[in-house]
Design a protein around this ligand. Structure first.
Ligand code: PBG
Length: 327
């Protein structure tokens, strides 16, 4: 028997494997999604996301400082909003009184190098828990009326110093409207990372617990993408690029690697991927039970995103990954 083709040669030694590795992962690839709490002293663990917290001002700044020393480069901040400030139009999102905007400002003052990304959608601010304004009679999510709020919210966040605006709402034409408002207000260098391919997913459950932002009625299927479909992801991504997005995101992550790969090959823009709350919680839970090796499954998932073509990853595992890179 003569075997000439032996692929195992390339796997025969650790250092050979390192030489031929096609993907790599480092702290420079990660964006840490964090949850802000309106009470400065708060530090509340999210029950469906063990090890992750809603942090008030003090704990948040402390946590960022600690992680920055370990190599943290970027965060994406989400606000928990007090019930009394919620209304049907999400007007607190751009109010002078919005504690989230003050926090953004303070974070950028204290950590000027840190890249700070925001979330643009109505759900944390809305009494309806939807990303857009809801027609009280029919339950329809208004597109064009919502755009006005999104644009005010984006400008308020840019004013507070946000580096990257992250529209996660999935309204039609939002990138165009936000880009125009940013230009009009002279925020020429503010980036837009569009949630271009954001699917209507059940993997978002723990996130909605974290922000108490679940829809009060209906679901998000009239604006988020249908998970049976692929072509629409490419269409949305190309539209967003034309409308002025700088970075295109795919969300959720691990069940959507085909979409990451599709956009990475077909769009002339950096691709990001969001390993969402449910993905974190599933790996965490199986790890806690001893059914999988949490650290290794986390690294394998993150590496898979890079292999599929993502340039950056939003991951709740960022602290654990930073510890691993340091070790
Ligand atoms: C809100 C928003 C959601 C997530 C990010 N921004 C939830 C949703 O659309 O219902 C999900 C993130 C996660 O699950 O980690 N527009």
């Amino acid at each position: 028997m003569k075997i000439l083709d032996r692929p195992r040669r390339l796997r025969s030694l650790e250092n050979i494997r390192e030489l031929v590795a096609e993907s790599s992962l480092s702290s420079a690839d990660l964006i840490y999604p964090m949850f802000a709490h309106f009470e400065s002293d708060a530090r509340e663990e999210i029950s469906s996301m063990p090890g992750r917290f809603r942090l008030g001002r003090h704990a948040l700044l402390k946590e960022i400082k600690k992680l920055e020393e370990k190599g943290l480069k970027a965060i994406c901040l989400f606000p928990l909003v007090e019930e009394k400030f919620k209304d049907s139009k999400g007007s607190y999102s751009y109010s002078e009184k919005n504690y989230y905007l003050d926090l953004l400002k303070e974070i950028k003052d204290r950590f000027p190098e840190l890249v700070v990304m925001t979330d643009v959608a109505l759900d944390p601010y809305s009494t309806d828990g939807h990303d857009g304004i809801v027609d009280p009679k029919t339950g329809e999510i208004f597109n064009d009326e919502t755009l006005k709020v999104l644009s005010k919210m984006s400008v308020a966040q840019a004013k507070a110093g946000a580096d990257i605006i992250g529209p996660s709402d999935m309204m039609d034409s939002r990138i165009k409207v936000i880009r125009e408002s940013l230009e009009e207000n002279n925020f020429k260098n503010t980036l837009i990372m569009s949630y271009s391919a954001k699917y209507a997913s059940h993997f978002y459950g723990p996130f909605r617990d974290a922000l108490d932002s679940a829809p009060k009625s209906g679901d998000k299927k009239t604006y988020q993408l249908d998970f049976r479909n692929k072509k629409i992801a490419l269409k949305e991504a190309r539209m967003d690029l034309k409308e002025g997005a700088d970075i295109l995101m795919v969300k959720p992550g691990i069940a959507y690697l085909d979409i990451v790969s599709l956009l990475a090959r077909n769009c002339a823009a950096p691709i990001s991927v969001y390993q969402v709350s449910g993905e974190y919680s599933m790996i965490k839970a199986a790890g806690e039970k001893g059914w999988v090796d949490e650290k290794q499954v986390m690294l394998e998932s993150l590496m898979a995103f890079k292999r599929a073509g993502a340039s950056m990853i939003l991951s709740y595992f960022t602290p654990e990954a930073l510890d691993y890179f340091q070790a």
